[in-house]
Design a protein around this ligand. Structure first.
Ligand code: ADP
Ligand code: SR1
Ligand code: MG
Ligand code: MG
Ligand code: MG
Length: 432
């Protein structure tokens, strides 16, 4: 199906789309109530169009992928198959971790539309809430639970290799992977017309990155890992704009970049996107008063610890439980349990030692990827409100420079420097 055949919905089109499908319409209102429905386009992401439809019975969220990148326009074509990837990834994630994933009601290929559970008020996008100064004590733990459930269960530690390879085919996602390869792993280190930064304050730093052979060597290694490591079905874009929160709940949305890639990519992305507001907090304090972000700073670092500690400990629990359930013999193809046995000659200590080595390897990659993710938000195409909402350009640039230096440090030296997450957060505190 040529993607160019998809035509854009408008508010009336969204109502007609839902009204013609009673199984969807019932979430919004009874037949005949369509005239009273409210439709708002709320898409604030870079890529797609999102409509919130509400009526007497509640509401739904309607997301449409058009054949181009929203924030650039028709000059940057992008496959609408991303809507299928997102719908199938959401369905799988919902099966593995229902408490942290929205329910998909429908995916319709002809219009590249997903209709899903509405996360209505008081749900907010985590990034927006952080920019406002908010704190969410549970989101780090919830994100770690989501990561462990989805990444363990879609890895060869849990799956047989035949099913795993079938999953790889379903989630090949070449176009969105190519986008990531370009905007995260290439453009920030090159002269690219779509790059931007706070100028002239960051001109020298951006030029320095383009001449930085150590950073280029490090990003090349990570790009290769992104392209060649097939660990698990990763979310692929788990930043703070992909998490909707309330005081007690956290829901991960927007997995259109999902593919079978390196496990470390996902925890690294959310950790980087918590470090960026940590470095931005000084800029907000300059406008709002000294100390006004002190509590948020403490929370942001604790949130990073919670993500990593919950993810890594839960991942290992799932792994040990799988080995025990399989009697140490029939665990997924890559599980050392399959060879070592849970209780036989090599025993649980051998499994524990394999597990610790596995987690240490992931952590080393998390540090490098996190550095790359910080850098791309400061000198690449896609910036975020964390820094952009600091109105004074000199104040913003000072925050961005500190973050950029820390990102570059993580990219080049992180893996060799920080053995644990608390060392990372202590280093961030010293670098602000
Ligand atoms: P994009 O792929 O363009 O980044 P997102 O999936 O991130 O699109 O959605 C953009 C915005 O739409 C989100 O920031 C959020 O405000 C809103 N949104 C997305 N999904 C839902 C949902 N299920 N319920 C309520 N709002 C949603
Ligand atoms: C054109 S770059 C768009 C960016 O937005 C998405 O959310 C991804 O992060 C991507 O890199
Ligand atoms: Mg998004
Ligand atoms: Mg968003
Ligand atoms: Mg998206």
């Amino acid at each position: 199906r040529p993607t160019s055949s998809v035509s854009a919905l408008d508010a009336a089109g969204v109502v007609a789309f839902l009204a013609g499908r009673p199984q969807l319409a019932k979430h919004v209102g009874p037949a005949g109530s369509e005239g009273s429905w409210d439709v708002k386009e709320v898409g604030d992401g870079n890529i797609n169009f999102v409509y919130i439809v509400t009526g007497p019975s509640g509401g739904v969220c309607v997301k449409q992928a058009l054949p181009y990148v929203r924030c650039v326009g028709e000059g940057w074509p992008l496959s609408c198959d991303r809507a299928r990837i997102e719908a199938e990834a959401l369905a799988l994630e919902h099966k593995l971790c229902p408490q942290h994933t929205p329910q998909v009601y429908l995916y319709e290929p002809a219009s590249s539309v997903i209709v899903m559970q509405l996360l209505g008020p008081p749900n907010v996008i985590l990034r927006h809430a952080i920019v406002q100064g908010g704190t969410f004590p549970h989101v780090g733990r919830h994100t770690g639970e989501f990561l462990a459930a989805t990444l363990f269960s879609t890895s060869l530690l849990a799956m047989d290799s035949r099913s795993f390879r079938q999953m790889q085919v379903r989630f090949t996602n070449p176009d969105l992977c190519a986008l990531t390869e370009q905007v995260i792993f290439a453009d920030p280190y090159a002269q690219a017309a779509i790059n931007r930064w706070t100028a002239p304050q960051l001109d020298e730093a951006a030029a320095g990155l383009r001449a930085d052979t150590e950073a280029k060597a490090a990003i090349s290694v990570l790009k290769r890992k992104f392209c060649c490591s097939a660990d698990a079905l990763i979310h692929g874009d788990l930043h703070t704009g992909s998490i909707m929160v309330t005081a007690d709940s956290s829901v991960m949305i927007d997995p259109e970049f999902a593919f079978v890639g390196p496990i470390a990519f996902d925890p690294a992305k959310i950790i980087a996107e918590l470090l960026i507001p940590y470095f931005a907090a000084d800029g907000h304090e300059a406008a709002q008063g000294a100390g006004s972000r002190a509590g948020q700073r403490v929370w942001l670092l604790q949130c990073i610890v919670d993500v990593w500690e919950t993810f890594s400990s839960r991942f290992l629990e799932l792994w040990s439980a799988k080995v025990a359930a399989d009697g140490g013999a029939a665990a997924g193809d890559l599980s050392p349990g399959a060879l070592l046995g849970a209780a036989a000659d090599n025993g649980p200590a051998a499994l524990a030692s394999c597990q610790q080595a596995f987690v240490a390897g992931l952590w080393a990659d998390v540090l490098g990827f996190a550095g790359a993710f910080i850098i791309r938000r400061l000198v690449g195409i896609a910036h975020t409100a964390d820094m952009d909402s600091i109105a004074d350009a000199d104040v913003r640039a000072a925050c961005e420079l500190r973050a950029l230096r820390f990102g570059r440090h993580l990219l080049v030296q992180g893996a060799a420097t920080y053995k644990g997450v608390r060392e990372l957060t202590a280093a961030a505190a010293a670098a602000r």
